[in-house]
Design a protein around this ligand. Structure first.
Ligand SMILES: CC(C)(COP(=O)(O)OP(=O)(O)OC[C@H]1O[C@@H](n2cnc3c(N)ncnc32)[C@H](O)[C@@H]1OP(=O)(O)O)[C@@H](O)C(=O)NCCC(=O)NCCS
Length: 436
């Protein structure tokens, strides 16, 4: 992979396929302001967002050197400079149970309404997967607008995100005290430790993805959105030695009916210790003039449920899949994680696109370290599965027994799914704490 990701050319196979349909696919020059503006305009149009402001473009500008940005152009249009399709990709670390891999993160997939359903998205997506393979990345990841699009390319959902609201006046905090202290800080002070905290928490959280460029800053209020930025408040937990262990970013909006019971929304909460987790949630729950606390992109097994007397006051508003992953190199990803103890398992993976097709044997020792090999034949526990379910099992968030019950995977013998679960299940549910 070149030092500069933005210098990677467009995938030649997809470029040729689209050229055959009169379309020009090319990588956007990250230094060309006009080309970048046109691409951002196309991306915004694709998601029905307003035209980008100069401030927004300035905020994004530096990210273009961190990603390979693809546009597909129809040179016969009245305005041919604006691409009719967009996609961007970049390498990012992704955490697995007991390990991590570098993956190709894909974003900004759009096709203009005038050109949809002609296979342009398919050409772009398959191009992104080939690019990842050529760059030596064993997996691709994305977050999605619709859950029906990416299974056909071999992606499966690997994390689930919970959005909930809490009636904090009736929840009743029962968590143990934390020995450190909580303090309100400025954005500037928050930013000095935010990166370290995020990276440490990310490495300990299966399903979380390293974040680059402006997407990280946006967690603290988008620089281009002054009104939103002004509302953000920052609070930090330091342990007894004074070391920062957690950070919460939140804003408050008025309840028009009751000013004494306003609504607090958690924009971002990161903690690296259990003490910090308890202390920050407690701070948010016990603020005066707040009746409701809302949070999103939270795990499906938040310890919070067990920190209140009345868990029914934590009302789930939405539960849905968030990170989707696609395995490209099965031995590489299977040996990058640790397992639930000594054992053996064979996976027969069926991949119509060919990248991860094959039979893979996994032998684990008591420490949970695996030796993975491509196998011709095997005996013992075996799971036969389509490639889109390999990543969900790899991240350990779904049970093989559940997938077998749904008829989505097949056991060689009864009990093989239970064996797989003993090895593969993650102690904590995987979660992705941001969007990309
Ligand atoms: C979603 C989108 C990128 C699809 O682009 P496209 O060029 O029309 O897609 P293709 O013609 O390559 O179709 C590829 C396949 O996806 C399916 N598909 C396309 N859009 C779909 C959608 N919105 N929901 C479900 N399936 C969809 C097609 O039926 C086709 O299936 P097949 O290969 O099994 O026949 C495009 O409609 C779009 O830009 N939508 C708005 C932005 C968006 O939602 N982007 C996704 C971000 S995660």
């Amino acid at each position: 992979m070149p030092a500069e990701i933005s210098a990677l050319p467009a995938d030649p196979t997809s470029t040729a396929a689209l050229a055959g349909r009169g379309l020009r696919m090319s990588a956007i020059d990250a230094t060309d302001d006009a080309a970048v503006r046109a691409w951002v305009e196309a991306d915004a149009r694709g998601f029905h967002d307003g035209a980008p402001t100069d401030e927004f473009l300035a905020e994004l500008r530096d990210d273009f050197v961190l990603q390979r940005t693809i546009g597909v152009f129809d040179d016969t249009l009245a305005d041919p400079a604006i691409p009719i399709a967009t996609v961007a990709g970049w390498p990012a670390p992704v955490t697995l149970p007991g390990g991590e891999v570098d993956a190709w993160a894909i974003s900004a997939v759009t096709v203009a309404p005038t050109h949809r359903r002609r296979g342009i998205a398919r050409a772009m997506l398959e191009g992104e997967l080939r690019t990842a393979v050529e760059a030596g990345l064993p997996m691709a990841v994305l977050t999605v607008s619709e859950a029906t699009i990416y299974g056909r390319y071999g992606f499966g959902p690997v994390t689930w995100a919970s959005r909930f609201e809490v009636d904090v006046r009736r929840a009743g905090w029962v968590g143990a005290d934390a020995p450190g202290r909580v303090q309100l800080i400025s954005r500037e002070i928050a930013m000095t430790t935010a990166r370290t905290l995020f990276d440490e928490a990310r490495r300990a959280t299966p399903g979380d993805v390293g974040i680059v460029g402006h997407r990280f800053d946006r967690l603290f209020g988008a620089p281009s959105d002054a009104a939103e930025r002004r509302k953000r408040r920052f609070v930090r937990y330091d342990d007894e030695s004074g070391t920062p262990r957690g950070l919460a970013v939140y804003h408050v909006s008025e309840d028009p009916h009751d000013w004494s019971a306003q609504i607090l929304e958690v924009d971002y909460l990161v903690t690296t210790t259990d003490d910090a987790y308890r202390a920050l949630w407690r701070y948010l729950f016990e603020l005066d003039l707040i009746g409701t606390v809302k949070a999103s992109l939270r795990s499906t097994d938040e310890p919070l449920t067990w920190l209140v007397a009345n868990p029914r006051m934590i009302r789930t508003l939405e539960l849905r899949e968030h990170l989707w992953a696609r395995v490209l190199d099965a031995p590489a990803v299977l040996s990058a994680r640790t397992y639930g103890g000594a054992g053996s398992l064979t996976l027969r993976v069926r991949d119509p696109l060919g990248f991860a097709d094959g039979v893979f044997s996994i032998e684990t020792d008591a420490a949970g370290t695996a030796r993975v090999a491509q196998a011709e034949a095997s005996s013992g526990p075996l799971i036969d599965l389509p490639v889109d379910l390999l990543a969900p099992l790899l991240f350990g968030g779904v049970s093989a027994a559940t997938l077998a019950a749904a008829g989505r995977i097949t056991e060689r013998a009864p009990g093989d799914a239970a064996t797989a679960d003993g090895l593969l299940r993650s102690a904590r549910q995987p979660v992705l704490t941001t969007w990309f």
